[in-house]
Ligand binder design. Structure first.
Ligand SMILES: Nc1ncnc2c1ncn2[C@@H]1O[C@H](COP(=O)(O)OP(=O)(O)O)[C@@H](O)[C@H]1O
Ligand SMILES: [Mg+2]
Length: 255
């Protein structure tokens, strides 16, 4: 039987850069689906089991908060979800694509197009200005440099950094660097935004501005957000809370 027009629309555009072997899931696909994800770090003598069989489903259109004590595996889990780290065991699908089936350059392209990531330590490139750092995802996606930089300046203005576009990371405070990192993660309007403590260095006003921007850009139909946080100010923006403890999800893993 022929697929309905809705189905064709949903699968045709993201499918363009996938291999024929990529698993297609139904139109009700979760933004993120983890099954039995385990992660072990280190060699024999010093093994750490950071994740012990995580099942997690994150829906599109939602802002999911991930909470739990330090060392419980939050950063490891979101790094695996964002394709920055491979699981030892288990499977991860993002926006209907199995990450294990996307190798090398195709994974890099998939991430650049679809995922925004705010690192706990910001991870700005020291040799690039704030505007150049912010423009990186657009340039990777093939934008002309001048156009990308212009959009990056607009994005920086939105997070209150219009006067900092030409500054280098070392010239910025922690809170300013954090806002550049957030601008960079949002600039290509990713379908999945993953943030590791994105408001940790921000005052009340900046924290509010950033959360409103995240809500406006990234919490939309067909898009999803996961935020690791301890910040009670962020809780008001969450649709769902997932709790972790000692490498496992202890509440909220499935909606
Ligand atoms: N690259 C690594 N090598 C070895 N152990 C690691 C590494 N990254 C994380 N771990 C360990 O995995 C566990 C979970 O870490 P992490 O995911 O950073 O926790 P959280 O973000 O919840 O604080 C911790 O015991 C941590 O020490
Ligand atoms: Mg962490």
């Amino acid at each position: 039987m022929l697929a309905t027009s809705t189905t064709v629309e949903r699968v045709s555009s993201p499918a363009a850069h996938r291999s024929p072997l990529t698993t297609y899931r139904s139109p009700t696909t979760a933004a993120v689906s983890c099954e039995g994800v385990t992660k072990e770090f280190g060699a024999n003598g010093t093994k750490t089991l950071a994740l012990r069989g995580v099942d997690l489903r994150v829906e599109s259109g939602e802002l999911t908060l991930l909470v739990g004590p330090s060392g419980c595996g939050k950063t490891t889990l979101i790094s695996i979800v964002a394709g920055l780290l491979n699981p030892t065991l288990g499977s991860v699908a993002v926006l209907g694509s199995e990450l294990a089936e996307l190798s090398g350059r195709r994974l890099v392209e998939f991430r650049a197009k679809n995922i925004g990531f705010v690192f706990q330590q910001y991870n700005l490139l020291p040799a690039l200005s704030a505007a150049e750092n912010t423009a990186v995802p657009l340039i990777i996606n093939g934008w002309a440099r001048a156009k990308a930089i212009a959009k990056a300046r607009d994005m920086l203005a939105t997070v209150g950094l219009e006067k900092r576009s030409n500054s280098y990371p070392a010239q910025l405070s922690g809170g300013e660097q954090q806002r550049v990192a957030i601008a960079r993660a949002l600039i290509h309007e990713p379908r999945l935004l993953v943030c590791d403590e994105p408001t940790s260095a921000l005052d009340a006003q900046s924290g509010q501005t950033v959360m409103e921007l995240i809500k406006q850009v990234a919490v939309q139909p067909g898009r999803a957000v996961i935020i690791v946080t301890h910040d009670s100010r962020v809780f008001d923006f969450g649709d769902r809370i997932v709790e972790m403890s000692d490498g496992r999800i202890t509440a909220g893993g499935k909606p």
